[in-house]
Write a protein that binds this ligand. Sequence first.
Ligand SMILES: C[S@@+](CC[C@H](N)C(=O)[O-])C[C@H]1O[C@@H](n2cnc3c(N)ncnc32)[C@H](O)[C@@H]1O
Length: 234
Amino acid sequence: MILDINRAAYDVLAGTYKGTTGVRQENAKKWLTQRLPQLTAGAHPTALDIGCADGTHSRVLSALGYAVTGVDFSTRMIAAARELGQDPTLPNKPVLLHGEFLAGRYVDEAGAGASLDGSLFDLVLATAFVHLFPPEADEDAVRKVLAHVAPGGTALISTTAALSPRQGLEMKAGADGRVTRRWRNHYTLEYFVWLVQEAARDIYGTKVPVQPWVVVDPDSDGKLWIDVVVHRPA
Ligand SMILES: C[S@@+](CC[C@H](N)C(=O)[O-])C[C@H]1O[C@@H](n2cnc3c(N)ncnc32)[C@H](O)[C@@H]1O
């Protein structure tokens, strides 16, 4: 139910990303390089971009030589990502799958069914993503994100920071003025780090350090973001 509301919301919000692709790619590249100084294609590493939206992060990682898979459940978002992924200068065309992440069933560009069950990636991104699940599902979402990280690989998960927790359906306006609503959790820094730490311990069978950063969003008045990086033991 909530996921259906969210899917409809992101179909509306897809228009918001139009026209800002270049700037967003530049910002994304800068941000990814800051968080992951070792960001390089190296020995053909693979990346999974969960909730890839219009494919901004997938496009940046692809340009760096990563073999990227992006997933998103919004028809309009995945269509935009597939358009961006057509760039003939990309060394590897991203694989962009349409479907809901928790269900894990996707449709590829050719219309064939695809599954990522058991698929592992050297880098897993889930940016502005896990806070979109209702309370009974967000722990599961974090665990599923971390489960896709290959041994020795890395996850980068981001959300906004709140002084006190709150959650619910929230209004959001797209660039075209259309207003929609989607589910949103606002986590405190302490809770978010704990959530990721506990999920990592469950999935990896051992306690792993979770490195958090809190940063000011340059595009939004006073909004703070929490980024956490988790390395899966080799
Ligand atoms: C706030 S946007 C973030 C986009 C991008 N990761 C970024 O940081 O710019 C969230 C994206 O996740 C997608 N999404 C949300 N819930 C999803 C789900 N359960 N399964 C698949 N995609 C989902 C939405 O369609 C939307 O494109």
